[in-house]
Design a protein around this ligand. Structure first.
Ligand code: GDD
Ligand code: MN
Length: 408
């Protein structure tokens, strides 16, 4: 009796057992200090450290060496295939953790392990499912992000993201934080489809669908990297935008977004070429060609990347996609004229209707025809070496160029 009363007052609550999940990608030189500082911070608590590793620099050997003399259990899982990057590693950690209460922490000491007790204390108040370390609340600091550009990008991304998920992210000042505590029993791990860095966002938006997750925050000072280099890149930035669009609008929204960007690029190219003195018909052809190839690469990469594997070959997909666009363009105007003539509606309305219908048709054609599974069992059968046609080489080269990493 007395006991339960005291428990309710929260004074004698037994300290929570915790798994500290650390994703690592070539962090060899940070392991020893990270384990030492985490162990010191966890002193007197039941805790383990779980590394989920994708490294090729001997990080695993270093973890084994350090674990042998560590004052707390240190486990490590090395993945044969890096699926989903940082976020994918975190999901593996959540599944394999010994305890339900998990703290996700970077492996480069930019996240101070000394903050974990404060996160656990905040969690122990019992009114939150997630406790995030925020760079943007009182006492927080994001100096470690480095350049003003990266800070600006990070802030802008936060504002856009919050605006897109107003209700779910209302209480979060830093949904991009990579340092957070989550009770995995309160989330649906199976729902997570992480790509790259934004795993907290993914959890808050997707895994708490049954009930909104209750978020609390503690301020953090985002330190500077100790050793090695950041894996953030332009590619991560692009992955993030695609991730966001897919989270909010699904595949079709992302497809529409890419189409929209393509239209703007098309106009931009035409304008630039015509101002440079090119004949407008030629400019239109160049603009259309660039847009068609660009849209195709983006949709391959971001919308149908999972379907690609079992679909027809690259050049077949490209030909089907381009043919559809051509047929659509050729049909849309006569159909529009027909609508104006026979339904007696304004040409603006007819244009709008035809564009909307064409968009759905285009999406359905791509989803159901271009990226339909063709090669049955292709994933188990020995993959045939892809025929290296000229078109494909050009597409690949452009794709590689567009996806080259850079600092963000
Ligand atoms: N297993 C695995 N696989 N780990 C990875 C991978 C991967 O593909 N990519 C990165 N990591 C690990 C790194 O080794 C490091 O421990 C951690 O994830 C963060 O990677 P960094 O490359 O250091 O990222 P950052 O410092 O630019 O960004 C961090 O801070 C941001 C702001 O809080 C990350 O935590 C971001 O998620 C976060 O938004
Ligand atoms: Mn880092």
């Amino acid at each position: 009796m007395e006991c339960s009363v005291r428990a309710r007052q929260g004074r004698t609550r037994v300290a929570q057992a915790v798994t500290v999940i650390v994703p690592t990608f070539n962090e060899r030189d940070n392991v020893a200090a990270l384990v030492a500082r985490t162990a010191a911070a966890m002193h007197g608590r039941q805790a383990e450290i779980l590394f989920v590793d994708d490294s090729s620099d001997g990080t695993m050997d270093e973890i084994a060496r350090v674990a042998a003399s560590a004052p707390l259990p240190v486990r490590a899982i090395h993945r044969d295939h890096n699926v989903g990057g940082l976020g994918g590693a975190v999901v593996v950690g959540l599944r394999e953790a010994t305890y339900d209460v998990c703290v996700i922490m970077d492996g480069d000491l930019q996240h101070p392990p000394e903050l974990v007790p404060a996160m656990l204390q905040r969690y122990a108040q019992g009114d939150a499912d997630v406790v995030a370390a925020s760079r943007y609340i009182g006492g927080g600091d994001s100096a470690g992000l480095g350049t003003a550009v990266r800070l600006g990008v990070s802030k802008a991304a936060t504002v856009i993201t919050k605006a897109m998920f107003l209700r779910r992210l209302w209480r979060s000042t830093d949904p991009m934080s990579g340092f957070f505590l989550v009770n995995r029993a309160r989330i649906d791990i199976g729902k997570l489809r992480p790509q790259g860095f934004k795993i907290l966002l993914e959890i808050l938006v997707r895994a708490g669908e049954r009930h909104d997750l209750r978020i609390a925050e503690v301020p953090m000072e985002f330190g500077s990297r100790r050793h090695g280099t950041s894996k953030a890149s332009l590619r991560q930035g692009a992955t993030f935008l695609a991730h966001l669009a897919r989270l909010r609008f699904g595949k079709m929204g992302l497809f529409a977004l890419i189409g929209g960007i393509g239209a703007i690029v098309n106009i931009g190219i035409m304008w630039a070429l015509v101002s440079a003195g090119m004949d407008y018909v030629l400019a239109a052809i160049v603009g259309a060609a660039v847009t068609i190839v660009g849209n195709f690469i983006l949709q391959e990469r971001f919308v149908f990347h999972a379907e690609r594997r079992d679909a027809s070959r690259l050049w077949v997909r490209f030909a089907a996609s381009v043919s559809f666009n051509g047929i659509e363009a050729a049909l849309r105007i006569p159909v529009m004229a027909w609508m104006v003539e026979s339904w007696h509606i304004s040409s603006v309305l007819a244009t709008a209707i035809s564009l909307v219908v064409a968009f759905f048709a285009r999406f359905l054609f791509h989803a159901l025809v271009v990226y339909a599974p063709r090669r049955r069992g292709a994933s188990d059968a020995k993959a045939e070496p892809p025929a290296d046609t000229a078109t494909m080489r050009v597409l690949r080269a452009i794709d590689d160029e567009a996806m080259r990493p850079g600092e963000l």
